[in-house]
Design a protein around this ligand. Structure first.
Ligand code: IDC
Length: 452
């Protein structure tokens, strides 16, 4: 897409706009992209998420997906002739086709969490094997087309994170642990990032730079250089890099405002020409109202925009990036909807820890996603402490909400931390980045990211 078109789309971006016909790009010009506020009747067709869909009855505000009864998936759009990869958190109705390992499979009946296998009693029938050069089908990753080659410069249209062509994308990957403890050459090495890209097929890596707790404030120049080094290494591997200004305590981002301005001025200037950068300006505000967060955001964002007019910027939300739900006294997402951050290509952070958060949070998130562009820049299978039990079933349910709403995510944490949220075992010190050296939690995250 040319700059001009992008600029036009940017002008229309932001929070829950009222646009019904954005995004008719490339082939299939005559079929409009699904829009949240448009009305569809029996027989109407839309394009969405790389597919054509047909409505079976009157519908408005229901996003096309295999889990939504009113929409039937009728075809694949010409410009992205690929079936989705099978995912352990997917729900598949009869007749759905997916790619799994080196073949295309079709489901004979409704199923979930039953992986395709050459076992004739299961729901999946193998249709044919496919070209093993394609990224998703290679046992050993090493994608022929990288995430950044595939999606290009990201942009926010209405409530969705979209690729360069205006098609919604869902990116998945990992967050580092705090780089003051698990940073470059401490834990992160070229081999560690190779594994994340080539074996995990991750789209992104979040660089968690704490401000306190021995982080940025102890050595601003050193930490800026460290972030830049890691971002270059991620860029070399053509993944998206999230630059996370990891505030936590104090929870009021305004208390780190001067640090943030200095830091973002430097990193935005350094990476201005890249098309793989996502800025996360305040990890988890807490004990602070939305007004202060917004004031902080509207001071820091112009500093970034001065160098980089278009990279997506994620704003942390009230109550440890819970969109306000974890904060007594917050009106939840409505505060943001009523008073959004000024600017284009802005998203709002939502974080969850699946052994602590459950159905209530999932329902709130699902509803909020209809009104706000959301990025799950951090989430875990463990308790919110980063320790304790892992709850895979709850995580699976969260991932389903993310998938249905095209919300991108990063798991905490790509590290060999001894806590349950660390995922590499000590053996990694031998430079052995194979899945045998992942914890059970890590193996599961890897499979989810590989298959998504
Ligand atoms: C935790 C780390 C832990 C570290 C602590 C310090 O797992 O090793 O001692 O931070 O602050 C978050 C935060 C993230 C937390 C993580 C798990 O963004 O910094 O990491 N978590 O507690 N929000 C919810 C959970």
């Amino acid at each position: 897409m040319g700059k001009k078109r992008r600029a036009i789309l940017h002008g229309l971006g932001g929070v829950a706009g009222g646009l019904a016909t954005i995004g008719t790009v490339g082939a299939d010009e005559e079929i409009e992209t699904w829009a949240p506020d448009a009305v569809y009747r029996n027989g109407d067709q839309v394009r969405y998420n790389g597919y054509e869909w047909q409505a079976e009855w009157y519908t408005q505000g229901e996003r096309p997906s295999d889990t939504v009864a009113v929409w039937n998936r009728i075809g694949k759009l010409a410009e992205t002739e690929n079936y989705p990869r099978w995912s352990p958190d997917g729900i598949y109705r009869a007749g759905t086709r997916v790619i799994y390992q080196d073949a295309i499979w079709e489901s004979s009946w409704w199923n979930e969490n039953e992986s395709p296998a050459v076992d004739t009693s299961g729901p999946w029938k193998q249709i044919r094997t496919v070209d093993s050069q394609k990224p998703s089908e290679q046992e050993n990753g090493d994608m022929s087309q990288t995430p950044v080659e595939t999606h290009g410069q990201l942009q926010v249209i209405d409530t969705e994170l979209c690729n360069e062509d205006g098609t919604p994308v869902q990116l998945g990957g990992m967050s580092t642990h705090g780089i003051q403890w698990f940073g470059w050459e401490e834990f992160l090495t070229p081999e560690a990032l190779d594994a994340l890209r080539n074996d995990w097929n991750a789209d992104l890596c979040r660089v968690a730079m704490y401000v306190q707790e021995g982080g940025y404030k102890t050595d601003p120049e050193g930490f800026t250089a460290e972030v830049n080094r890691i971002v270059e290494a991620i860029t070399d591997r053509e993944m998206y890099a999230i630059i996370d200004f990891h505030i936590l305590d104090p929870g009021d981002p305004l208390q780190n405002l001067e640090n943030a301005k200095t830091f973002f001025d430097a990193v935005a200037a350094e990476h201005a020409e890249k098309d793989n950068i996502i800025f996360e300006i305040c990890n988890e505000p807490n004990d602070v109202g939305w007004e202060s967060i917004k004031q902080y955001a509207e001071t820091v964002i112009p500093v970034i925009r001065n160098h980089d007019p278009e990279s997506p910027i994620v704003v942390g939300t009230r109550g440890w990036s819970s969109l306000g739900f974890a904060d007594i006294g917050s009106a939840g997402p409505q505060e943001i909807i009523d008073n959004p951050v000024d600017g284009d290509n802005i998203l709002y952070a939502y974080h969850f820890y699946a052994a602590t958060h459950g159905r209530w949070e999932r329902e709130q998130l699902d509803t909020a996603a209809d009104a706000l562009p959301i990025f799950v820049t951090e989430c875990g299978t463990t308790e919110a402490s980063g320790e304790g039990e892992t709850d895979i079933e709850s995580t699976r349910k969260f991932l389903r909400v993310l998938r249905d709403n095209n919300i991108s995510w990063a798991f905490w944490s790509y590290s060999d931390d001894w806590r349950a949220s660390g995922i590499w075992t000590e053996a990694v010190e031998d430079g052995n980045w194979t899945k045998q050296n992942l914890t059970e939690n890590g193996k599961w995250m890897r499979s989810v990211i590989r298959e998504h």
